[in-house]
Design a protein. Sequence first.
Lengths: 107, 122
Amino acid sequence: DIQMTQSPSTLSASVGDRVTITCRASQSISSFLAWYQQKAGKAPKLLIYLASSLEDGVPSRFSGSGSGTQFTLTISSLQPDDFATYYCQQYNSFPFTFGQGTKLEIK
Amino acid sequence: QVQLQESGPGLVKPSQTLSLTCTVSGGSISSGGHYWSWIRQHPGKGLEWIGYIHYSGTSKYNPSLKGRVSISVDTSKNQLSLKLTSVTAADTAVYYCAREGVRSFPDAFDIWGQGTMVTVSS
């Protein structure tokens, strides 16, 4: 299985901050990488697919980059609604696997 | 707008079979070439892909579940189902159904159900 490792596990930031979350794959996954946002008690919501494509309806302050084994999710200016847990997921090969999550907290 | 809704028992006894259904509304399960997955999340933990199915019957499962899982589709009811046999407390989780997009093959999960909590306990 491809292991997905996110860092940091927890991130404290303030409204207006620019934040970056990193996801590393244990082997190359090309650009088959998605980012999801999950709020407590809710299902994950797709933000980014194919590493850098913004899902319809997702604010443009979210962006993704990377290919191969290193990927990043950047939020350019944190809004109150952005405090949540973020997961990366590879869909290059089976079984599909997720990172362990990054909890974005209010500083 | 396509929506997914999971349903099934919230409590299952150890060694029994967990059975869940996901009903698709707002669109047909057999159109668009989508694959339909089950994903679970242990309490306070990350996400685990269980497996997927296409309306044609093509399916694929996570080997970590060691042959205990079966996913089926009923196009007449616009539903997919999950069966997980010989459950233990380690199968306690929130179970989600999700749709895979068709912008690439494979694709990310663009639509999710709200999830249903299943507890394995005697």
